[in-house]
Design a protein around this ligand. Structure first.
Ligand code: ATP
Ligand code: MN
Length: 476
């Protein structure tokens, strides 16, 4: 008999049909009721065992996380919460899970504990829900951009340029670490290395994506990104996924419009694709909020917040305006911010969160940052002080998107590169884009795990990627 997935069975199963299902046992109660899950949905299928006519040894092997194949008849469910269940006719154990050794109990484990069991944590409701939402968001990204006529572009993962990530890149080499070739000065001689030069893992595909934009018009990348920044925060990973659209003929307003439209589309798409998972995560979120001090609690539930963000315009203001707002704020006047506020500072997460969570109570897009705290490629404003940057700030997270209109003037870009010590020999090709048919263009980077964090309501970025990579942490 052909296997049917539990999601399809629960949605379309007809009473009286004979079916085969396969999955892992979540729980087995009263020697009678198996809650079976196969990962296709958060909902379990109840399979009712006729224990009087079942071999006792077999019953003992029906333990949490054992893999089984079950044949049975679909019947109307007696229990609440599900419309159908199956009466077991034949049960085969595909793989035992010795209850004395299996580390996860059918109870709530801490997320920290589950991180140490990354190979088993997708068997829990919370993690499987997160991974399904993650999948929907990834699909939604490709769908959104393809519907808009953007081309998906693969930019290199190994890069010869360190212009963007100076100091926080992972070196890629196939030298023997104990005995690398040396130059006469005693330094490692990367000319002898695989690529004939020093190369690193990419911190961003933007510079190459600009090549795509300046020929194909509108492109996006969606790939792994690596940063060796030693920031052990709940929002940073050493390996994460980034979405980077890059568009010819877009100015900063067009760029902001696209970013806002994309985020709203993704939220709506996840709600449409994963209603059951999000309902579960909404309840988990509510429970978690209860445990927090009053002033840290979110006013809205998870689903309410998703709905709110999808239906309301983001607040847009300049960096300079934001500094004024912060200086007028209560926490500033009362000295409650840990970091000082003054024009020119790089906003800290506490400042960003104040703007989003207290002042405007919605996502905020800040623009026109001081040029000295932003990258060399951002378009310079006429004031000589600021650049056409934009950061999208989100509740609970802070920065979710960083982007800008790109400098299209060859001379201005070259001058800025020299001022900032960015080697032009390395980026000659990037400069040439400004020499041959330059045009206004813009783009941004969305950290994929940060949007997954927001949509799932999870608190730590290590819980929204299957195998997190962070300082001192690369098990699995
Ligand atoms: P942050 O200030 O939060 O470190 P950033 O300014 O370094 O961010 P960008 O270089 O603009 O970020 O990268 C674009 C986006 O990539 C960010 O808005 C964020 O969503 C995401 N991002 C950046 N660094 C990380 C990281 N270490 N882990 C996960 N996502 C990240
Ligand atoms: Mn950073």
């Amino acid at each position: 008999m052909k296997r049917i997935k539990i999601k399809d069975l629960l949605a379309h199963g007809e009473v009286g049909a004979k079916v085969t299902v396969k999955g892992w046992i979540r729980t087995f109660r009263s020697n009678r009721f198996i809650a079976l899950n196969d990962g296709s949905t958060i909902n379990n299928l109840q399979a009712v065992v006729d224990f009087e006519n079942t071999d006792e040894d077999l019953l003992k092997r029906l333990t949490t996380s054992a893999a089984v194949a079950i044949e049975g008849e679909v019947v109307e469910s007696q229990g609440k919460g599900q419309s159908i269940e199956i009466v077991v006719e034949k049960i085969e154990i595909l793989g035992d899970a010795d209850p004395d050794e299996y580390p996860l109990q059918p109870k709530r484990h801490s997320l920290e504990f589950l991180r140490e069991k990354a190979h088993l944590r997708p068997r829990t409701q919370v993690m499987s829900a997160v991974y399904r939402v993650r999948n929907a968001l990834a699909y939604g990204i490709h769908k959104f951009f393809n519907e808009k006529g953007f081309l998906y572009m693969h930019t290199p993962i190994i890069t010869g340029s360190d212009a963007e990530g100076a100091g926080e890149m992972f070196r890629v080499t196939n030298f023997d670490p104990l005995n690398p070739p040396k130059t006469e000065d005693g330094e490692v001689d990367y000319k002898e290395d695989f690529f004939g030069k020093a190369v690193n893992l990419s911190v961003s595909g933007q510079l190459e994506a600009e090549v795509g934009a300046m020929s194909m018009g509108e492109v996006y990348t969606f790939g792994p990104t690596f940063r060796a920044e030693n920031s052990n925060t709940s929002r940073h990973l050493a390996e994460f996924w980034m979405i980077e659209p890059e568009m010819a003929f877009y100015d900063l307003d067009d760029n902001m419009d696209l970013a806002e439209e994309m985020i709203k589309y993704l939220i709506d798409f996840a709600m449409e694709q994963c209603p059951d998972d999000l309902k579960f995560l909404d309840q988990r979120y509510a429970q978690e909020q209860k445990g927090k001090p009053q002033n840290e609690r979110s006013d809205l539930g998870l689903l309410e917040r998703l709905d709110f963000v999808s239906k309301n315009d983001f607040e847009r203001l300049t960096y300079t305006e934001a500094i004024e707002v912060l200086k007028r704020s209560k926490p500033f006047k009362k000295g409650k911010f840990k970091y000082d506020v003054d024009w020119g500072i790089d906003l800290q997460s506490e400042h960003e969160r104040y703007l989003v969570e207290k002042e405007y109570k919605k996502p905020v897009i800040l623009t026109d940052y001081p040029k000295d705290i932003k990258s060399f490629y951002m378009k310079q404003n006429d004031d000589g002080k600021t650049v056409r940057a934009m950061d999208v700030l989100f509740p609970g997270i802070g920065e979710i998107i960083g982007g800008s209109q790109r400098e299209e003037s060859y001379d201005k870009l070259l001058t800025r590169m020299n001022e900032m010590g960015v080697p032009q020999e390395e980026l000659w090709w990037y400069l040439e884009l400004r020499k041959f048919g330059t045009a206004p263009h813009s783009g941004f980077g969305l950290g994929f795990e940060r949007i997954v964090l927001f949509v799932t309501g999870m608190g730590n970025i290590r819980d929204v990627i299957p195998f997190p990579r962070a300082p001192k942490s690369a098990e699995f």
